[in-house]
Write a protein that binds this ligand. Sequence first.
Ligand SMILES: Nc1ncnc2c1ncn2[C@@H]1O[C@H](COP(=O)(O)OP(=O)(O)OP(=O)(O)O)[C@@H](O)[C@H]1O
Ligand SMILES: [Mg+2]
Length: 227
Amino acid sequence: MSKETIAELVDVSRFYGKGDGQVTALEGVSLSLAKGEAYVLVGPSGSGKSTLLHLLGCIDKQDSGSVIIDGIDITMKSLEELAPVRLEKIGFVFQSFNLIPVLTAYENAEIPLLFRGFGSSFVKDRVNEVLEKVGLYDRKHHYPRQLSGGQQQRVAIARAIVGNPSLILADEPTANLDSKTGGDILDLLLNLNSDDELSVFVASHDIVVLERISKVVRILDGKLSID
Ligand SMILES: Nc1ncnc2c1ncn2[C@@H]1O[C@H](COP(=O)(O)OP(=O)(O)OP(=O)(O)O)[C@@H](O)[C@H]1O
Ligand SMILES: [Mg+2]
């Protein structure tokens, strides 16, 4: 793998279930993502987008093939062993935000840093910095239920970037938002890509996303074709 590659999949397959009921979610997928680029992953419902993102995000394991994240070959590592890779290299943004309802915006955003055991003054400065970056500094003591969908997704992005990851994975991040708000969230992700050179991989069928990201990876029935 060249130094310029942030993530690589080689001949990766993922099956769910066993026997007659087995579903092939990914089949023979090979993919190389360049560092500092933004990609959109497009495909119909059930084509394997979330499965692919979960493998890249180290929250699921392939059944065959190899996976390399930022120069680390994680093929043989268990999900437990991958916890540090997940925490240090990956920021994950979900369609449904996945915030913890009983924690404020600030407390949600600080979670990844607490797991890593950073000191409290570093954590405070860094969390305030990312909340400022996503435009939510003045809402930091609000709970998710007190925030709009777009604001909740901003908190989720703050949480994803707080640990200074190398790769942001976003699974349909605009799907639960109106088109204006979705466009603002996409702007935020693309600004992180252009200003901070974060590598970004977004699964979406949203036309707003497709119009703005030129590197397109297409998936159909668990198989890729790259434009
Ligand atoms: N935990 C699971 N157990 C069994 N089958 C699963 C599981 N997760 C996903 N699948 C199946 O794997 C295939 C790929 O699913 P996946 O969620 O990756 O698709 P997707 O492209 O993200 O779809 P959507 O656009 O609806 O989110 C589908 O056929 C799905 O039913
Ligand atoms: Mg999905």
